[in-house]
Design a protein around this ligand. Structure first.
Ligand code: HSE
Length: 347
């Protein structure tokens, strides 16, 4: 039986949910997936760090209080975050990077990924910053070190759109996509349709764990812009940087705008889109769009995400599913590990 040793980097909601899944399901994964997971190191800027090569108690980790230095409560743990030691020296096969997204330079997550890849460790991450800002470099680093670098959760959390599009829609002549790619803003718009004010709706999204540490990134479209860059570069063979994508958010929409759309049989949605043109260039944008109720994305409500791929052979292929949430995003990490396991098995 294969056992993968994990270093969890960042122990907020997502990696904590992964620890919980491991505590509950490791046994059943033996027969279901053909491997088990063992956590051998955890590090978090706020909670501290711990290394235990024989394996840590996943249930105990998942139940730790979210207070400063809490990892000192675990036997062998420390209230300080020794990120570099955990990533480089805890004996992990896979570094599971789930720290906050920094949309400006992708740090410190990008350095965490570099350390791991340079050290010959596989990396799975949900973090948009390293992929959108340094994806090509990190993929090349992974290739040179003969390890996997997987990031399915960076775009639609647990809904596997990257692999679906890259693998199952390969050969379909994809020329673009448009999507609802931010759970928080779609949740906010849906709650506003129910009459709730913008600020209250954002607070609810934060309480549900959908929103970024700074929800401005959600409602102003910056989060979607990163996802559009990732998808366009991955699927349309683009080489976009963040500044290539025009971007506006939903904070200027009022309850009156939303009500007047409803009267006209339409809904406001925050749409991220990209198109490949005949000359091979790719243009991309993020902004609020008024969709008639019969548009395939108009009926997507709450924190649900959806993306509609435009293909030459099949027309539009639309996928919807969870795009945010702790357990949903933890599932994306698991699906990356499953993919890694299957690739290793086939090599
Ligand atoms: N804050 C993001 C959202 C989380 O609301 O969709 C997933 O990237």
């Amino acid at each position: 039986m294969t056992e993968y040793k994990l270093a969890l980097v960042g122990f907020g909601g997502v990696n904590r949910a992964l620890a919980q899944l491991i505590a509950e399901r490791n046994e059943s994964w033996k027969s279901e997936l053909g491997f088990t997971l063992k956590i051998v190191g955890v590090t978090d800027l706020f909670l501290g760090s711990v290394i235990r090569r024989e394996g840590l108690d996943a249930g105990l980790l998942a139940s730790l209080p979210a207070v400063k230095g809490a990892l000192a409560q675990v036997p062998g743990g420390d209230g300080e975050a020794f990120n570099e030691s955990v990533i480089k020296h805890c004996g992990a096969d896979i570094v599971v990077e789930a720290t906050f997204t920094n949309p400006v330079d992708g740090e410190p997550a990008t350095s965490f990924c570099r350390w791991a890849l340079e050290g010959g460790k596989h990396v799975v991450t949900t973090n948009k910053g390293p992929i959108a800002l340094h994806g090509a470099e990190l993929k090349e680093l992974a290739r040179r070190n003969n390890v996997a670098f997987e990031y399915e959760g960076s775009v639609m959390s647990g809904t596997p759109v990257i692999r679906l599009a890259k693998q199952s829609l390969a050969g379909s002549s994809m020329v673009g996509f448009e999507g609802i790619l931010n759970g928080t803003s779609n949740f906010v718009l849906t709650r506003m349709e129910g009459g709730l004010g913008f600020a209250e709706a954002v607070s609810e999204a934060q309480a549900q764990g959908y929103a970024e540490a700074d929800p401005t990134a959600d409602v102003e479209g910056h989060d979607v812009r990163l996802k559009v860059v990732i998808l366009a570069n991955e699927l349309l063979d683009a080489k976009l940087t963040v500044s290539d994508v025009s971007c506006s958010g939903i904070s200027s929409l009022s309850l009156d705008d939303i009500e007047s759309a409803r009267r006209d049989g339409a809904r406001w949605k925050l749409i991220g889109a990209a198109t490949r043109h005949a000359d091979g260039s790719v243009s991309a944008s993020v902004g609020p769009r008024l969709l008639n109720n019969d548009h395939p994305l108009a009926g997507i409500s709450g924190a649900t995400n959806a993306v509609s791929f435009t293909t030459g052979l099949l027309g539009a292929v639309t996928v919807s599913g969870p795009g945010a949430g702790r357990t949903e995003t933890a599932f994306a990490l698991l699906s990356d590990i499953i993919n890694l396991h299957q690739s290793v098995a086939h090599n």
